[in-house]
Write a protein that binds this ligand. Structure first.
Ligand SMILES: Cc1cc2nc3c(=O)[nH]c(=O)nc-3n(C[C@H](O)[C@H](O)[C@H](O)COP(=O)(O)OP(=O)(O)OC[C@H]3O[C@@H](n4cnc5c(N)ncnc54)[C@H](O)[C@@H]3O)c2cc1C
Length: 345
């Protein structure tokens, strides 16, 4: 890889001050699991790398914290937001997987964290790095292919090998979003705290990721001189939630498709639902059709099948990935059944 300068900031403000406004010239690095691979493959060649491993990596109760933007907020069940959890961006994925309060209150996040890669990857990779990892598309990752995302004129997946590519999103670039943590976090209505030269702001994680037709060369609203410092999970009321992933092999890989569901319950009936799919589109993909099917209904297998069918109603296969539609449908159905405590079939 190309030689680079290494900056070791003492705090988050120094980290931001060491960044710049030009894309990919100066890059933050947390665990380095993704960034170092990109650098070794000459997909990015930053002049300077800014170490973020020293940022806050604690997982704490969010208490009665006043949101950074001063706005009042409501939890998914309508109650005022006064609690929840706050995860420092430098927290390890393994810390999330093992955290007792996350397991108790946000089990869909625990499942997703437990299934990321391997124990080594979970011990090294951070929450911030996981949310910001670049797409796994083999054309994007291969130096030989000057694809759309790298300033080229075509998406090679359209006529090439596209068995792992998107079934939603309408291109023109057909990557799938790679973060397993983002999917349950969006289902729970998480927000991220972002720090830049002008100060901190909070962004709904559901509005953080951008489609290729909004931002072809990046995947998020984050500017090159901003970093993610924290993820905030809202408090939960009476709820059921779960994640379900389908993989080609059980470890050391990304899911073929995954789904997270968060169901706010009124006794036995779903009061409101959030259904999010992963690895099927360039961003974590909300399924409003499935959410409508679930709302106001009791949980049983027939409702789960109806909701899962609605979730993939708008999917469009490429030449080699029609199987992903059925797999995504199964992931949604099984996530609902798992959340409901029903047998997963
Ligand atoms: C074999 C294998 C299997 C894997 N399987 C999965 C899987 O199933 N699910 C899954 O989700 N992931 C999976 N991963 C990806 C792995 O989880 C990520 O590589 C890891 O989370 C990245 O974290 P990191 O801290 O090492 O990030 P880094 O490599 O340090 O950074 C990744 C990117 O994020 C940027 N960045 C890092 N931190 C911040 C921040 N705080 N603010 C702004 N930008 C930042 C960096 O500039 C870089 O572009 C797998 C990886 C491997 C190698």
């Amino acid at each position: 890889m190309k030689a680079f300068q290494y900056v070791n900031p003492a705090n988050e403000r120094e980290a931001v001050a060491a960044l710049g406004t030009e894309r990919n010239r100066i890059l933050p690095m947390a665990g380095g699991m993704d960034l170092l691979g990109l650098m070794k493959d000459y997909i990015v060649s930053p002049e300077r790398v800014v170490n973020l491993k020293g940022l806050d990596g604690t997982i704490t109760a969010d208490g009665n914290r006043q949101p950074a933007d001063g706005r009042d907020r409501q939890a998914a069940d309508g109650s005022r937001q006064t609690g929840g959890l706050r995860i420092g961006a430098a927290a390890k994925i393994a810390d999330v997987a093992e955290h007792a309060d996350i397991r108790r209150l946000y089990p869909a996040l625990t499942t997703a964290a437990e299934e990321v890669g391997t124990p080594q990857i979970r011990n090294m990779g951070t929450v911030g790095g996981n949310l910001m990892q670049r797409p796994r598309c083999w054309y994007f990752r291969n130096e030989e292919f000057n694809c759309l995302k790298k300033g080229g004129s075509r998406c090679f997946a359209v006529e090439g090998e596209n068995q792992f590519h998107a079934i939603f999103g309408d291109g023109p670039c057909h990557i799938v979003h790679p973060s397993s943590l983002a999917v349950p976090l969006i289902a729970y209505g998480a927000r991220v705290r972002v720090l830049g030269p002008a100060g901190a702001r909070e962004i709904d994680l559901g509005e953080f990721y951008q489609l290729p037709n909004q931002n072809l060369y990046g995947e998020t609203v984050l500017q090159p001189n901003e970093i993610v410092t924290h993820v905030m999970l809202p408090p939960t009321g009476p709820q059921k939630s779960a994640s379900y992933e389908v993989r080609v092999k059980q470890s050391h890989d990304w899911p073929l498709a995954m789904a997270s569901v968060h169901l706010v319950m009124d006794r036995d009936v779903v009061k409101s639902a959030r259904v999010v799919m992963g690895a099927v589109a360039p961003v974590p993909w909300r399924a409003p059709g499935a959410e409508r099917v679930l709302t106001g209904r009791p949980l049983n297998e027939a409702v789960a099948i109806e909701a899962a069918t609605a979730a993939v109603a708008g999917a469009r296969a490429m030449s080699g990935n029609a199987h992903k539609i059925q797999i995504a449908r199964t992931a949604v159905k099984r996530a609902i059944l798992k959340a409901a405590g029903l047998p997963v079939a």
